[in-house]
Ligand binder design. Structure first.
Ligand SMILES: *Cc1c(COP(=O)(O)O)cnc(C)c1O
Length: 448
């Protein structure tokens, strides 16, 4: 029995589970998408909002600029480039053997400063928020202070008496660990078995304590949470439940809106925007999608992409069980080379908050991620980690769907021809050269 029903009953009530359990790439387009105004309503209910997160990041810019000189060109604002990907679009059309009307763009979070992945948004934001709370409480900062003073001995002494901990498959640990250690906190990262060796080594080089577990992400998080619970000096960054992480991610949307405007790309009802977001526990894509709905309203369509072996968000939303269900409950093993997405149980908070604001979900198998990784390098010179490619098939999945999604949403042929598809390329900037070469070799071999 699985949650009160036999596997046969589940397959009967949710026919898509058959495909999900047999690990075939599949897609599910949400039949009950709500208007974006639901997101504004939610944001008014939730204080603090993403606007206050954005202001907080501006206050910290003088510190970030000083502590991480690579952020000098952007004045201490941590942001990634937006770029067109016409060559990749053409290659995808050939690869999938179909016409792909519309434009293809790419948001290169792989090039985010400090930690080279989408986690440099939410993860770093939460550490900064915590540091600000402490510094204000201790009188080190007042309103109007120049936050550059946090790069000083007094601040480091204050933070040095405090701990920050997090459970991670790798990239969140890198962001939290590097930022926390830079401020002077005692940082511990609880890492799941999927975490790459080099990510652990990098953290140790930064003076971060790495606790290793033979189990998956959910178990590493549970361990970390347990250890932190009994220590009042320890702040645990809770990837499954944190509103701060979520809001840190959400800030991406207002930045993207400016970038699209500068690039002369229109987004409106006649020029819909499709954003393809790789999804692990859900905080990153959920937060970005939340921000996107506030920034672009009903003109943006968000889709979440997961590995065939770790489709936790799709499973949680489809069954309505959210964090009560894990992929393992349905016999799915949560083993994937996309280590950033190797999550078996989704965030219940994100699933419940976002389920009616996400247009659809699809799964991608690992071999395909590697093929796309090699294609993106060949066509656009991009160096991405496997997780970052999960959204790359999205344009073809949306244009090829036969579930009545486009029709239901009024996305007719003309609108699709004017549409923009955005691949959120979530990471890869810190992958060591030798590791990247082995990814590329595998991808090229699979492409044949
Ligand atoms: C963490 C991560 C994601 C997904 O973010 P979640 O918050 O876990 O859903 C996607 N891509 C990369 C590279 C990541 O590290």
């Amino acid at each position: 029995m699985i949650h009160g029903k036999t596997p046969a009953e589940w397959r009967q009530s949710h026919p898509l589970l058959r495909e999900l359990m047999s690990l075939h790439p599949c897609a599910w387009f949400n039949p009950s998408v709500a208007p974006a105004s639901d997101a504004s309503a939610a944001s008014e209910a939730d204080r603090p909002t993403s606007a206050s997160a954005s202001e907080r990041l501006r206050r910290f810019a003088p510190y970030v600029r000083r502590a991480f000189p690579e952020t000098e060109p952007s004045g201490g604002i941590i942001e990634s480039p937006l770029r067109a990907a016409p060559a990749l679009k053409q290659a995808l059309a050939a690869h999938y053997g179909m016409a792909l009307p519309g434009q293809l763009w790419l948001k290169a979070d792989s090039q985010l400063p400090i930690s080279g992945s989408i986690k440099a948004r939410g993860g770093i934001y939460e550490v900064l928020k915590h540091a600000e709370d402490l510094a204000l409480a201790e009188g080190l900062l007042q309103s109007g202070s120049d936050y550059a003073l946090l790069d000083g001995a007094e601040a480091r002494a204050l933070f040095g008496r405090r701990k920050i901990a997090v459970g991670s498959t790798g990239n969140l640990g890198l962001s939290i660990g590097i930022m926390a250690a830079k401020l002077g906190f005692q940082a511990t990262v609880h890492m799941s078995a999927d975490a790459r060796r080099w990510k652990k080594d990098t953290l140790r080089e930064h003076g971060v304590t790495v606790a290793e577990y033979a189990s998956d992400y959910s178990a590493a998080v549970a361990q970390g949470r347990e250890q932190a619970k009994n220590d009042p000096t320890c702040h645990f960054v809770d990837d499954e439940n944190s509103i701060h992480l979520f809001l840190g991610y959400a800030v991406a949307a207002e930045r993207l809106k400016v970038q699209f405007a500068e690039a002369g790309v229109r987004v409106d009802a006649e020029h819909p925007l499709f954003v393809h977001l790789p999804c692990g526990v859900g905080g990153g894509p959920g937060g970005v999608a939340f921000g996107l709905k506030l920034a672009f309203g009903d003109d943006v369509h968000c889709l979440f992409a997961e590995p065939t072996h770790s489709p936790c968000m799709l499973l949680g939303v489809l069954t309505g069980l959210h964090d009560q269900v894990s992929v393992q409950d349905f016999g799915i093993d949560n083993r994937t080379a996309a280590d950033g997405l190797a999550v078996g149980r989704p965030s219940g908070f994100v699933g419940r908050a976002m389920q009616r604001l996400v247009d659809g979900y699809y799964t991608v198998d690992d071999d395909e991620l590697f093929r796309l990784l090699a294609l993106a390098e060949r066509e656009e010179g991009l160096r991405l980690e496997p997780s970052a490619l999960a959204g790359a098939p999205g344009i073809a999945r949306v244009l090829g769907e036969s579930q009545g999604y486009r029709q239901r949403m009024g996305l007719d042929k003309d609108r699709m021809a004017r549409a923009t598809h955005l691949i959120w390329a979530t990471g890869g900037g810190m992958v060591p050269e030798a590791e990247m070469e082995s990814y590329l070799r595998l991808g090229r071999a699979l492409l044949g």
